[in-house]
Design a protein around this ligand. Structure first.
Ligand code: PBG
Ligand code: ZN
Length: 322
């Protein structure tokens, strides 16, 4: 059957009709809002390239989380900028570290909000790389110990979920074993499984003060050209015990979100990263696009592609519109 019997426009005729047949819906509870913790008090410093996002001291962050919880947002993802960085990333796995303190404060104030911690070393190393430098590269196996210690330390502080973003091989298995041994067998791991060496992370490096001081991350993060390899990364992380997996960035990698959805049965998250956010905000500021509509379209596309969990700097704005 085809035209003129078939007329696709019949079901688009009114808002009510469109609503009736809509296939995909966004819900605030599936949004995760990334936040950046800094030492001090009363600090709320806007990130230049990410309008509306701030480096926050813990007291301010607790206010932000209370607001996020009221909006029905599912959770927050914490990054920390320590007072001091060193070669060993010691701030990352310190029980008195900035993220550990933030977790305790947020968990005490917000009972419904999930607190997820990003587990990586790049915010804590003086050189800005995600692991231990041996020679002139990040050493995989030496970095695993730092990551496991960080994950256990986050769990001890009360993190609901740990999310390793480093892209070392074998980290999920090592971390799962360390969490289990330490008594955190019920703390889930959300693995940044298919994480690409992306130029869309530009604004984040200002937010987290984590730009590598030499070289780049292409010896550990994935080549943007590789989709089949992304499926292998995900498969391996699942085999090592990941509870949920992530594709990152989101918008430019919708094909991989879809491929992962068709292939694997566990919950899939996608991270709409800083550059994706900033480009939309910048174009909207120039009056070139309708910011709210492009925001919602970008998010519904990520959901339609197959991600049930969306990490996004738009979490609050989108929740307000829903
Ligand atoms: C840390 C980390 C990064 C992001 C999330 N975790 C930066 C990087 O890998 O260089 C990027 C997030 C964003 O751009 O919003 N490894
Ligand atoms: Zn890192």
């Amino acid at each position: 059957m085809s035209f003129p019997t078939v007329r696709m426009r019949r079901l688009r005729a009114s808002d009510s009709m469109r609503r009736l047949v809509r296939e995909t819906h966004l819900e605030p509870e599936n949004f995760i809002l990334p936040l950046f913790a800094v030492p001090g008090e009363g600090i709320r410093k806007e990130i230049g390239a990410m309008p509306g996002n701030y480096q926050m001291s813990i007291d301010e962050m607790v206010k932000e989380c209370t607001e996020a919880e009221k909006l029905g947002i599912g959770g927050v993802l914490l990054f920390g900028i320590p007072a001091e960085k060193d070669e060993r990333a010691s701030g990352a796995y310190d029980d008195q570290g900035i993220v550990q303190q933030a977790v305790r404060a947020i968990k005490a104030a917000c009972s419904k909000l999930l607190v997820i911690t990003d587990v990586c070393n790049c915010e804590y190393t003086s050189h800005g790389h995600c692991g231990k430098i041996i020679g002139n590269d990040v050493d995989n196996d030496a970095t695993l110990d730092w990551l496991s210690r960080s994950a256990v330390s986050h769990a001890r502080a009360g993190a609901d979920i740990v999310a390793p973003s480093d892209m070392m091989d074998g980290r999920i298995g090592t971390m799962r074993a360390a969490l289990d041994t330490a008594g955190y067998k019920n703390t889930p791991i959300l693995s940044y499984a298919a994480k690409f060496a992306s130029s869309y992370y530009g604004p984040f490096r200002e937010a987290a003060e984590s730009a590598p001081q030499f070289g780049d991350r292409r010896s550990y993060q994935m080549d943007p050209a590789n989709g089949r390899e992304a499926m292998r990364e995900i498969e391996l992380d699942i085999a090592e015990g990941a509870d949920m997996i992530m594709v990152k960035p989101a918008g430019p990698y919708l094909d991989l979100i879809r491929a992962a959805r068709d292939r694997f049965e566990l919950p899939i998250a996608a991270y709409q990263v800083s550059g994706e956010f900033s480009m939309i905000v910048a174009a909207a500021k120039n009056g070139w696009i309708d910011g709210d509509r492009v925001m919602m379209e970008s998010l519904i596309s990520i959901k339609r592609a197959g991600a049930s969990i969306i990490l996004t700097y738009f979490a609050k704005d989108a929740a307000k519109l829903l």
